[in-house]
Design a protein around this ligand. Structure first.
Ligand code: LLP
Length: 418
């Protein structure tokens, strides 16, 4: 199902024309499809039916309250990495009892908030963190449910910046260290061991690294069981890739089926933390061509979105499809570099794109629903973009475009004087 189809020569988000959205809300603007989000989430639910599970959407992928609300209404849990993300989940109507807390450097205040709200589990990433968590929980007279994040040392075969499960990465602990952390955890009164966790990277396009990681986790589960430490859940993290260009990631259904087949008859609750595979293709970034400029070497389309709005091409050399909103565009056909107004050579959203452009044309950057807005900044004092969510033909403004006052909020000049 295509949630961003061409209809009557014009690109739509569900049943809403993108040109109308641009007119009403301005550009750059993130546009999300509620149905696309729901469809992806339901694919996880269906693949996991008949099996005890919790799907914890990774909030970092897209943390807009309307996105979280959409998923919470379907019964989602959430994977958070900060108190801010936890506050967002609560503000969006999410259930703290369905939240898992990942992250390598959780602060005491963050732990305290999560304990107070009664989250499902802390994914502990080091022996030192365990001690601090035990201390915080003990002081509050509470008990923290934990799993240990294991770094299974498997190659996720993805971009090095988003690979997290190799020995050289900062995440989790080795399987040997995990044994020691679990033994220590079992001794602590304010800690309850409930699971084991890993997350080996993002945008994985093959099933085998997931299965290798799972097998290592299962060996650990068995070793712990032999020592009398029983784990109730197994969290495989997120990481399933999507198609941006010509990648062929496994479907959600095939991925989950492979996990279930590897588990066989084991009775363990499965937890997943998908972000990208739920949100990436549920969003586009709508932008307008301000100017066209041809130099001796290049054709540049200067657009009103920039690396501050969508940093993935600059940071990871990510390729995102860029489509013209008007399918019958009869502008200047050339191979265009699609670049933003920010003063950096790395400020591009696409290079060498075959498009027929005119000044003022609208473009849609695909695959922008995950790690788009959440990674945006105010670099060059640019207000962050508006976000809208489409539901059929209805368009809801789910985040207002920032104003100048928003940008400088909290800043102060020096006291008067010289
Ligand atoms: N769980 C943990 C502990 C994570 O660190 C992440 C992502 C996820 C779940 C969700 O992974 P996903 O299903 O989205 O692959 N900014 C990068 C991606 C960074 C991912 C960081 N961790 C990008 O734009 O490609």
């Amino acid at each position: 199902m295509d949630y961003f189809p061409y209809r009557d020569g014009e690109l739509h988000a569900e049943d809403a024309a993108l040109s109308n959205i641009a007119e009403q809300f301005g550009t750059p603007c993130y546009v999300y499809s509620r149905a696309a989000l729901e469809n992806a989430f339901r694919q996880y639910q269906e693949a996991l039916s008949g099996c005890d599970h919790l799907i914890c959407y990774a909030v970092k992928a897209n943390s807009n309250l309307a996105v979280l609300d959409t998923l919470a209404r379907l019964g989602a849990g959430f994977d958070i990495v900060s108190a801010g993300e936890l506050e967002r989940v609560i503000a969006a109507g999410g259930e703290p009892s369905r939240v898992v807390f990942s992250g390598v450097a959780k602060k005491r205040e963050e732990m305290a908030l999560a304990l107070e709200l009664g989250i499902a589990c802390f994914n502990v990433e080091s022996a030192a963190e365990l001690e601090v968590l035990a201390d915080v929980a003990g002081a509050m007279g509470l008990c923290a449910r934990i799993s240990v994040r294991v770094n299974p040392d498997v190659d996720a075969q993805t971009h090095p910046y988003i690979s997290t499960g190799l020995r050289e990465n900062k995440f989790g602990v080795t399987t040997d260290e995990a044994l020691r952390v679990y033994r220590r955890a079992a001794e602590l009164d304010s800690i309850e061991v409930v699971g084991v966790d890993c997350h080996i990277g993002s945008q994985l396009t093959q099933i085998s690294p997931f299965i290798d990681a799972l097998k290592r986790l299962l060996e650990l589960v068995d070793e712990l069981e032999a020592e009398g430490i029983t784990l109730r859940h197994l969290d495989l993290g997120g990481g399933l890739g999507v198609c941006y260009r010509d990648e062929q990631p496994p479907s959600i259904g095939d991925y989950i089926a492979a996990v279930r087949a590897t588990l066989g008859e084991r009775k363990v609750k499965l937890v997943f933390e998908p972000g990208r595979s739920i949100a990436a293709n549920a969003g586009i970034l709508l932008t307008r061509v301000e100017y066209l400029k041809t130099t001796p070497d290049h054709h540049f389309a200067l657009i009103d979105a920039a690396m501050n709005d969508m940093i993935r091409p600059a940071l990871y050399e990510a390729w995102l499809d860029i489509r013209q909103v008007n399918a019958d565009a009869d502008g200047h056909r050339a191979r265009w570099d699609i670049v933003g107004p920010v003063c950096e050579t790395g400020d591009f959203l696409g290079k060498d794109r075959d498009l027929a452009l005119r000044q003022g044309d609208l473009l849609a950057v695909s695959g922008a629903g995950a790690y788009g807005f959440t990674m945006s900044s105010n670099y060059n004092s640019r207000p962050r973009a508006a976000e809208v969510m489409v539901e059929g033909e209805h368009v809801h403004l789910v985040r207002e475009r920032e104003s100048f006052a928003d940008i400088i909020r909290g800043e102060h000049r020096l006291p008067p004087g010289n």
